[in-house]
Every structure is written in C-alpha cells, then in structure tokens.
Design a binder for this molecule. Structure first.
Ligand code: HAM
Length: 427
C-alpha cells in the first residue's frame, strides 16, 4: 500500500520535534501563568458519555461531535470542550472542598469542524476556571490570567484585546428596548452572528426572529455599536432594570483597571458566546488586526454544575486554543527558533575507548547533563559531523594517549578551541 494511503486525517496535526517545540513553548507558558495565580492542574478522560454534551454545550458543538457507540453499547464522544467534564468532576467532589476552587487543565479537544484558518479538528486548549465565587473579582481574575498568558508569550496590548460583555446587562437592555422575554434567546443567537452578516440580513433577522420593528432594529444595532460604558449610563442609568447591571459591569472594568490591564479590555455587546451555558460576563480575545478567529473565549456559567447534578455553584472560566495563538505568534516573529542542543558528544577514537565512553556518558547523564555519542563504531570525522548536527556544545575526544594519562580532549564547538582536561574534572 502506498504511504499516501496512510495520510494524516484532515484537521489533525503531527508534531515532529520542531513543531512540538512550539506546542511545549505555549503550554509551558500557560502552566507557569496559571500556577502564578494559584491554580491547580487537573485532567479528565478524553472520552465521555455523549449525554454530557447534548443540551449542556449547545447545538453548534453537538453537531461537531466525534461520537460513536462503544463495544459496551454506550453512546460516547471524544471531548469537544473541557467545561462539561470539569462540571461533572466537581459535581461529584466539590461538597467537601474549600471555595473558591481554582483549577486549570490543558486537554486535547476534538471537534469535527469545517476546515478554515485557525480551526482544526483537534486542538489543545488551556482551561482556567474559578468555581464557587459569584462576585466580579472572580471574573476579573480569570480574564487577567488569560491576558497574562498571552503577555507571557511576548504579546502586548498592541497585539490583542479582550472584548467583554455581560449577558445579564445585554438582556436588561434588550428588555428595556421592548424585546419580549421569550424572544431573548432568539435575539442572542442573532447577535452572536451579527458581525458575520451584511447589515440588511441582520436587520431582517431581528425583525423575523426577534419581532422588532424598524425603529427597534435601529435601537438594538445602536446598542451593539456601543464602546463606551459612560454613554450607556447616560442613556440607561435611570432605568431601574438596567442600572444595577451597568453598575456591576463598571465594577468589573474598574477591577481590571486596578490590575493595570485596562488597555487590554474593551466593552463589546456583540460578544454573547455560542455555548449554551453562559449566564453573565462573557469575553473573547482577538488579535488587534482582526484577521484571525478568536484566540480565547470564556465567561460565567453559574448553573452548569447544578445541571450535571452537583451542588449549585457559580463558576467562571475560559478556554484558549493553541491554533490561532500559534498563528499570531508566527506573525509577530515570537516563535523561538528550534535548535537541537546537547551538552556533550563523546568521540571514542578507536574501539578500545568505547566502553570508557559509555561509562563516562552514563556518569555525565547522572549529573544531569545531556550526552550523546555514535551508536556504532565510526571514524573521528564522521563522529564530529554527528556532534555538530546534534548541536553539541562540547565534544570530548577519548584517545588512547590522553586516556593513558586519565585525560581527554575537550573541543568547544563554538570557538573550535581544544584543551586537555582531567577525567576527574568531568566527574
Ligand atoms: P470555545 O469558544 O468553544 O469555548 O473555545 C475556546 C477557544 O478554543 C477558542 O477561542 C479557540 O481559540 C479554541 N478553539 C475552539 N475550537 C477550535 C478548533 N476547532 N480549532 C482550533 N481551536 C479551537 C469553550 O470551549 C469553553 N468550554 C471555554 C470555557 C472554559 N468556558 C468556561 N470555561
């Protein structure tokens, strides 16, 4: 069978070392930042029962599930996101735990997506969640972790921004402009799409799906363009349904300002998030140029734990994928060069020095050095070439004359300088 018949599945990635290095670079930064904020790492199984996602995640994700019936007749699915697993895990064990719970994870997730730039069928996603705290300090803390995750990788306020909103605030505004309670869900799903639609189509959908007349449509579109909380206060600050929501949002923004992160955050009521479980503040992080898909998305989901049978606990968190982020890092020349590197490469000159080389290599490795050598007998020239290819900083040449004096020749591969050193000096 030709090798092409074993081609990688579309939307999946191989990670040869030079690509694995970027994956590790990103994941290491994520882990460092999460720990810096006092989060603890967890994981769950990559396969879950299908039920966990049906209804909890929302239509879009359910349509993209990799699901099948296993040999025990169970309907199962590869995890498309981590939040339902987190809710399931905590539903079973949160009662005895002190709150708030700060957990993070870096699962590989699977979604049968239509292939497009920034979207694959598997990705790694940094999940950071605070469970058991309903105040906006938790929302701000979680967003700060996401922002710092990107700053840790060298990105700044000129590269990306968080677009933030609150489903409660948006609901109160929509009610205030006359959207009926039972039409709120419909309004949210139109708003979720509004950026990708031509204005006439958006207007038509608002009329048809939300029951707004032309003036109503104009008012809602005006609201969605708002970028300034003060302007919303001016217009709606006296409305008793809207005012408390505006106040809460102001406190959220003030918390982020106090952290020194104000420059990364902008109000954007068009952010509602596609997933079904969000209940409050929601956000997405985008590149400033607006060329790429969302880097990160998250928000508050105060009812999910109860929905999966746990104690009713408020929760807030985000997921940040490695695909769009990798593209952005490449665009900004922030991907570190991949270079093979090794502390020592050992070169026995004749077969007689080979067992000495094996002993010395083992010794150096025990001390934490990285060491390699040719796995078969070769001439010194060939061995030196391998040493250079493997990025050795120092080559130790084990020759019969030097060894007779308990010494080896150390060659510095950067300067080309050679000097004799005593074996005792190495160990
Ligand atoms: P999400 O918006 O579906 O949220 O995904 C979060 C991020 O994961 C996206 O912004 C994107 O970077 C990445 N992502 C999603 N799908 C793909 C894909 N097919 N290919 C590449 N990257 C992708 C969630 O999953 C929520 N569970 C996040 C969350 C955690 N909310 C609260 N806690």
């Amino acid at each position: 069978m030709a090798t092409s018949e074993f081609a990688r599945l579309p939307g999946f990635r191989d990670f040869p070392p030079e690509d694995f290095a970027l994956r590790a670079h990103i994941q290491d930064a994520w882990g460092r930042v999460a720990r810096r904020y006092g989060f603890h790492q967890y994981d769950g199984p990559p396969l879950e029962s299908l039920d966990l996602y049906v209804e909890k995640s929302g239509e879009e994700i359910v349509d993209q599930l990799y699901s099948f019936v296993d040999k025990g007749e169970r309907e199962v699915a590869l995890r498309p996101e981590m939040t339902p697993s987190l809710a399931r895990i905590l539903a079973a064990r949160s009662r005895g735990m002190s709150k708030p719970i700060r957990w993070f994870s870096i699962p590989q997730l699977f979604r049968y997506e239509r292939q497009q730039r920034g979207r694959l069928r598997e990705h790694f996603q940094w999940n950071v969640d605070v469970v058991g705290e309903e105040g906006v300090a938790a929302d701000a803390e979680v967003l700060a972790v996401a922002i710092d995750g990107l700053r840790e990788l060298g990105l700044g306020a000129e590269d990306f921004a968080a677009r933030v909103s609150d489903r409660r605030l948006l609901s109160s505004l929509l009610r205030a402009v006359g959207v009926a309670e039972e039409r709120l869900g419909g309004a949210f799903s139109v708003i979720d799409k509004v950026e990708r639609l031509p204005p006439e189509t958006a207007a038509e959908l608002f009329e048809r799906e939300v029951g707004l007349d032309a003036t109503g449509v104009e008012t809602v579109l005006g609201l969605l363009d708002a970028v300034d909380l003060d302007a919303l206060f001016e217009r709606w600050g006296e409305d008793e349904r809207v005012a408390p929501e505006l106040e809460r949002f102001r406190e959220y923004l003030a918390t982020l300002d106090a952290m020194g992160l104000g420059a990364y955050v902008q109000l954007d009521l068009r952010i509602v998030r596609g997933l079904a479980y969000y209940t409050g503040i929601v956000f997405e992080l985008f590149d400033r140029q607006g060329e790429l898909r969302a880097i990160c998305g998250g928000g508050r989901y105060d009812r999910l734990l109860e929905l999966v049978g746990g104690e009713p606990l408020p929760a807030v968190g985000f997921g940040m994928g490695d695909v769009v982020l990798g593209e952005l890092l490449a665009e900004r020349a922030l991907v570190p060069d991949y270079e093979a590197s090794l502390d020592y490469f050992l070169v026995p000159v004749t077969a007689a020095e080979r067992s000495m080389a094996l002993g010395l290599a083992h010794d150096l490795r025990d001390r934490g050095h990285s060491v390699s050598y040719a796995l078969r007998e070769q001439g010194v020239g060939r061995q030196m070439k391998s040493a250079a290819r493997e990025g050795a900083r120092t080559v130790l040449v084990l020759g019969p004359d030097e060894l007779a004096r308990d010494r080896v020749v150390a060659r510095d591969m950067t300067t080309g300088e050679e000097r004799e050193i005593a074996l005792a000096e190495l160990s």
